[in-house]
Design a protein around this ligand. Structure first.
Ligand code: SAM
Length: 298
């Protein structure tokens, strides 16, 4: 039964790759990748990449160990499902809807770079899907196999690939909207894969994001205060800034969500047990969420 389920996922993924042929390029030679009948992506030169049974493709040439592991993505998924990111995701969806209405396109291709466990892209696509919206097609890319494996398992209908955003295995000018949410950027690659009129939407943490954790973890160090000036400067020196939107809200921490939050954030990566215990002891009732959404074009 489990095998049957896996088989269906890989078949559905094969159909998607076939439908959108010409999108991916071989990470070795740059030639187009096409899916074959044995569930592999193959280029003209014969370089071959098997689809995993969950329905994703790994296009990383050198597999590295990511700090973003299975436990982090499991916690991130729980937090995401609790509605933690909803105000930010609603803002992003509205920005996309406005842009696609203005452009009057028949089909919209979305790319989420650094998509993690994929729930953001899936939620954005499902919130945009209605009779008025043109066909939506999503691709999610992440360096972490653990993240992409969860994404493919939980969100069929989207193309998922393990890849490095600094060397995207995608042909040029394929996407209408590129999302880059709380993840690193490579603006050269983003420009290359975006269509001429394409839109880049980048979400960056603002100073007060998870400030309650930051105060405990980094008190008295140079990490106690964070600002995103250099990230914004890097964005605006590469893309023309069309709009910037601030999103600020408090999230109530119900049930075990404080524990999940501790596990899902890179802020706790170097924390010792004493600091984690201190956070748990304080039993925070709510946490500050603060993002800046940057919208740009080439
Ligand atoms: C803080 S997580 C955010 C994940 C997701 N966008 C979210 O908001 O839940 C940062 C993500 O960037 C990914 N990442 C880091 N470096 C990358 C690279 N060079 N190429 C692709 N993804 C990368 C990580 O694997 C991780 O999933």
């Amino acid at each position: 039964m489990a095998q049957d389920k896996g088989r269906k996922k890989i078949d559905a993924a094969q159909d998607l790759f076939a439908k959108y042929k010409g999108l991916f390029r071989c990470p070795v030679c740059g030639k187009d990748l096409a899916v074959n009948r044995t569930n592999s992506l193959v280029c003209q030169r014969g370089h071959n990449y098997d689809l995993a049974k969950q329905g994703y493709v790994n296009l990383l040439l050198k597999q590295g160990k990511s700090d973003y592991d299975k436990k982090l993505f499991a916690a991130r998924r729980v937090i995401s499902a609790s509605g933690f990111f909803d105000p930010m995701l609603n803002t992003v969806s509205k920005l996309i809807r406005k842009a696609i209405t203005k452009e009057g396109l028949n089909e919209i291709r979305l790319l989420d770079v650094g998509c993690g466990e994929g729930s953001h892209l899936a939620q954005i696509i499902s919130s945009l899907e209605d009779k008025k919206t043109p066909n939506l097609f999503g691709v999610g890319i992440d360096l972490s196999k653990e993240g992409i494996r969860v994404a493919a398992k939980e969100h069929p209908g989207i193309v998922w690939s393990v890849a490095d955003l600094a060397k995207l295995p995608l042909q040029k000018e394929q996407f209408d909207v590129l999302l880059n949410i709380l993840a690193p950027a490579n603006y050269g690659e983003f420009k290359r894969v975006l269509k001429e009129q394409g839109l880049l939407i980048k979400v960056v943490p603002a100073s007060n994001y998870l400030i309650e954790l930051r105060e405990i973890l980094f008190k008295g160090t140079d990490k106690e205060f964070y600002n995103n000036d250099s990230v914004k400067k890097h964005f605006t020196s590469n893309f023309q800034l069309l709009k910037e939107q601030q999103i600020r809200y408090q999230v109530e921490l119900k049930g075990d969500n404080l524990e999940h939050l501790i596990k899902m954030t890179p802020l706790t990566w170097n924390a010792d047990q004493e600091q984690i215990d201190e956070i748990i002891k304080r039993r925070l009732k709510s946490i500050t969420v603060a993002f800046d959404v940057l919208v740009g074009e080439k």
